[in-house]
Ligand binder design. Structure first.
Ligand code: FNR
Length: 194
């Protein structure tokens, strides 16, 4: 893959002052030069309902699946709710994991990364592990190390949601370099003959 790595960033929180949306914005700013960074806002994704799906994919879901298909890698920035993945994000993954007859599942074979931010000490590690479990089913190739689990996150952003903590900025920047490398490795294994 000689061209830039196209990353689609997805935050698992909808609130305007979300720490995870702020972390995603910081990732967009800190992306290396060989990375093209886009985001998808989950606000318009409806609650999954197989009857709605059978009647015709909602436009927001079709747009989400298109954005995933066009990306080389997905970057999930997840909060942790009750030790797990928030419904907003799990719901979106549930939609994205479904494929019509004859259609390739969009998350299958895709490279992915995970980051998360929490005001607590755990820094979303439990939610991140749960997300990895979903990727077993979707056959999404998630980078395993390093990890970006931002604990005490409310102390690391300013009032405008800008990531001010230098150590965290460096960690995010280093993670994105690794994600770009990982994405190229995943792509070469999938497209090269065995
Ligand atoms: C939380 N929070 C939380 N934090 C954590 O570290 N572990 C957890 O299990 C939970 N559980 C939890 C459940 C629910 C329903 C809410 C609303 C919150 C706190 C959570 O980390 C905090 O609200 C974050 O700020 C949420 O992320 P955003 O919206 O700032 O991105």
């Amino acid at each position: 893959m000689g061209s830039p790595v196209r990353v689609l960033g997805i935050a698992g929180s909808l609130r305007a002052k979300s720490l995870n949306r702020a972390l995603l914005r910081a990732a967009g700013e800190l992306a290396p030069p060989d990375m093209e960074f886009r985001t998808f806002d989950l606000a318009t994704i409806p609650v999954y309902n197989a009857d709605v799906e059978a009647a015709g994919l909602p436009e927001s879901v079709a747009a989400f699946k298109r954005a995933i298909r066009e990306a080389d890698a997905l970057l999930f920035v997840t909060p942790e709710y009750n030790y797990g993945v928030p419904g907003v994000l799990k719901n979106a993954i549930d939609w994205a994991s479904r494929a019509a007859a004859g259609e390739a599942p969009v998350m299958n074979g895709k490279a992915a990364g995970i980051m998360g931010a929490s005001p607590g000490m755990g820094g979303t590690m439990r939610a991140q592990l749960q997300l990895r479990q979903a990727f077993v089913f979707t056959q999404t190739h998630c980078l395993t190390a390093p990890e970006v689990a931002v604990s005490k996150a409310h102390e690391r952003f300013d009032a405008d949601g800008r990531l001010t903590d230098e150590a965290t900025r460096e960690r995010v920047a280093a993670y994105l370099v690794r994600l770009a490398e990982w994405t190229r490795r995943v792509a070469s294994r999938i497209t090269s003959p065995a």
